[in-house]
Design a protein around this ligand. Structure first.
Ligand SMILES: [Zn+2]
Length: 205
């Protein structure tokens, strides 16, 4: 996890938002490879192992590491990175883009097109690894981020149920784009801009 991401995190427990406290162990440049994130409200502690922050707890190192692959992945991610960048309507550096579930696979392609943006992979598939431009977070309950911090959100089809879509909308900045790899998705509070080719594109109201 990138060290500056600490102030964007929130505890997944149902209580007021409060900044979490980071205790760093091993660092690699600006990335925290090992450490603990603590919540000052409920006192829960979340371990960072191999750079991945595990908000699911339970002490199992691989708990909640995304759904198991049931079939081999397509070698070319769909949609391609240029299409996705255009749909997200992102220009200019800075800020965060959230990639939920299997959408974390888009991080490398998008980062090559868009410098200066940090990507946040939530519940990534097992073949996605942390990068200087990609922090990985695992949480079974919700997206462990504060409200309205993301310049864009891409949701993998396996994560396009109502609860995760509500979470995706919550972390998105108003007026910014949500791309869902499921064209039948209709998230609340999101204005539909386009559907087709397996995708829903909307803007947060
Ligand atoms: Zn807490």
């Amino acid at each position: 996890m990138h060290i500056e991401l600490t102030e964007m995190l929130r505890c997944p427990e149902a209580h007021r938002e409060e900044f979490l406290v980071l205790s760093t162990g091993e660092m690699s440049g600006r990335m925290v490879r090992a450490g603990v994130v603590g919540c000052p409200v409920c006192q829960k502690e979340y371990e960072i192992v191999n750079g991945i922050v595990n908000f699911s707890g339970g002490g199992m190192r691989d708990a909640g590491r995304g759904p198991a692959l049931t079939h081999s992945a397509s070698p070319i991610p769909h949609p391609d990175s240029q299409t996705l960048q255009a749909l997200l309507d992102l220009s200019g550096p800075g800020g965060y883009v959230v990639l939920l579930g299997f959408a974390a696979r888009h991080a490398v392609g998008l980062a090559a097109l868009m410098g200066g943006i940090h990507f946040l992979g939530i519940n990534p598939p097992p073949d996605v690894e942390e990068l200087p431009v990609l922090s990985l977070l695992v949480c079974e309950k919700k997206i462990p981020l504060r409200d309205a911090i993301a310049r864009g959100v891409v949701v993998g089809s396996e994560s396009s149920g109502a609860a995760w879509l509500a979470e995706s909308r919550r972390v998105l900045l108003p007026g910014r784009r949500l791309v869902i790899e499921n064209e039948t998705a209709r998230p609340d509070g999101v204005t539909q801009l386009a559907t087709g080719q397996g995708l829903f594109v909307g803007e947060k109201r």
